[in-house]
Design a protein around this ligand. Structure first.
Ligand code: URA
Length: 477
């Protein structure tokens, strides 16, 4: 048996050193006894690992996974990583792509827990101004992470608060920044009286109140995103109950006052930020859409009330993708509940498709409009905006796994194909990459047609498209 000694916490350097030696000697994972934070063995190691073993070349995602997983509290983390590396160096270089592999699955869960913890520390750590013996400004924060992430968060806080002198204390380690250099220190106890006489806390509270969007009040999502455990350290938590109480009146005032000024979107940044969150279920994805997205890139237009996620059962045979929520959907937070939605529901019934059995969603998750007095007039999303939301749409479909994706109108077809589709000319079955697809018109197109024979024919054609789509699914079943 090989005894390997590592320091308490996330000993990345120690692990890398040990790994080199273990790989150089071809030691099997079952032959290693990992000792974390233990006193050195009195008898020494019968066969020490070579100190000068060469680095182990690993694919970049494996290196990134190691950096993350060493931060987890799981005492088996090093043994699991050693098993991973052993298999990679033996030729399974793309093994991280095999999500069903039990080892890969377990490591992915550890990685996810660490990322979540990092996110919580970045989002919920609050500095308090404290009196410095020299009379200088100094800030102090207390945080209780679940894992050994303190060192890993340092670059984030240094970059954000480079011009301040600060200390972060946690039960698993501390960080100190003096505007020039960072010192990593030992575990600490919660300092007394942190929340008294504190201008910084007041500042945070005012900032939070001014950025709080009453239209998005969703106490369940707020609690999920900001668990109670963190409230004690959050100055703004005191303001939440009053803000929730005043939200409905403020929403009304906002709707009336807000002008619709489109914002600059940064799809790549938003997508990268979303991808880091790795939702494990559709419900989790929807929670992110509802709660976290505005923090990353803001709603599609200021004044849109809320993100509108999809609706329907996971495993639905048919997924129906529209363009974006309309005025009613924006208020109710559900897709296809306004006039176009009612027409769609009727057409689905006539085509023999129960609305409740289908999954209904949109290419874009926020209502885009231009305000005209009290009315909010629909505006089509741009291609950039469709791209911005595409990550979610694809994730949703991956969770729902429909047998057929029906797109309504040009925007949805663009989202699924990545190209401009002439709906009237190309309507019918179409491959959408991973999905069997079917292109048809949008019900709001039917609502815009002047009443008469032409409109009735267009509606009948729409129903017959939906019937055909149903036939494809039943044929495929
Ligand atoms: N139009 C859409 O495309 N989607 C809705 O949810 C409502 C109207």
């Amino acid at each position: 048996m090989r005894r390997v000694e590592l320091k308490d916490g996330a000993d990345l350097d120690g692990f890398r050193r040990a790994l080199r030696g273990l790989v150089a000697l071809g030691v099997e994972p079952d032959e290693v006894d990992w000792n974390i934070g233990a006193a050195p063995s009195l008898f020494g190691d019968a066969a020490p690992l070579p100190a000068d073993a060469p680095p182990v070349p690993l694919p970049r995602p494996v290196g990134a996974l190691i950096e993350s997983v060493v931060c987890h509290r799981d005492p088996e983390r090093y043994a699991l990583l050693h098993r991973l590396v052993r298999r990679v160096v033996r030729g399974e270089r793309d093994m991280l792509d095999h999500h069903a592999d039990p080892l890969v699955h377990r490591l992915a869960l550890l990685d996810k827990a660490v990322r979540r913890d990092l996110h919580k520390m970045h989002a919920f750590l609050r500095f308090h101004e404290v009196r410095d013996p020299d009379g200088g400004e100094r800030y102090l924060a207390w945080f209780e992470p679940d894992h050994f992430i303190v060192e890993a968060t340092a670059p984030f806080f240094v970059e954000r608060f480079e011009s301040l002198v600060w200390t972060i204390l946690t039960p698993v380690g501390s960080l100190q920044w003096d505007r020039r250099s960072l010192t990593i220190g030992p575990a600490a106890l919660r300092p007394e009286g942190l929340d008294r006489d504190d201008r910084f806390a007041e500042g945070w509270q005012r900032y939070y109140e001014s950025t709080f969007n009453p239209a998005r009040v969703n106490p369940t999502a707020m609690r999920a995103e900001m668990p109670r455990k963190y409230w004690a350290n959050l100055p703004e938590a005191a303001a939440i109950p009053a803000m929730i109480r005043s939200a409905p009146a403020r929403v009304q005032a906002m709707i009336e006052a807000e002008a619709a000024v489109p914002r600059r979107r940064t799809p790549d940044k938003a997508v990268a930020a979303m991808a880091r969150q790795e939702p494990a279920t559709l419900a989790e994805l929807n929670r992110i859409i509802r709660a976290a997205e505005p923090m990353i890139s803001g709603p599609l237009v200021p004044g849109a009330t809320q993100a509108v996620p999809g609706e329907g059962p996971v495993g639905a045979a048919i997924a129906i993708v529209g363009e974006q929520p309309g005025d009613r959907e924006d208020v109710e937070g559900r897709p296809f509940v306004g006039p176009a939605g009612q027409l769609l529901t009727r057409a689905l019934e006539e085509a023999g498709i129960a609305r409740s059995a289908a999954y209904l969603t949109n290419a874009v998750k926020h209502f885009k409009f231009v305000a005209r007095g009290k009315r909010r007039l629909h505006q089509s999303p741009t291609a950039g905006e469709v791209k911005h939301y595409r990550w979610w749409l694809m994730k949703e479909l991956a969770f729902v796994r429909p047998r057929l994706v029906v797109t309504l109108g040009a925007t949805a077809a663009l989202a699924l194909t990545g190209r401009s589709v002439s709906v009237l000319r190309e309507r019918g079955p179409m491959g959408f990459g991973d999905w069997e697809g079917f292109v048809t018109v949008h019900p709001s197109h039917l609502l815009r047609l002047p009443a008469g024979e032409g409109a009735e024919r267009a509606y009948r054609d729409f129903v017959s498209d939906l019937r055909r789509a149903r036939g494809l699914v039943e044929g495929a079943g």
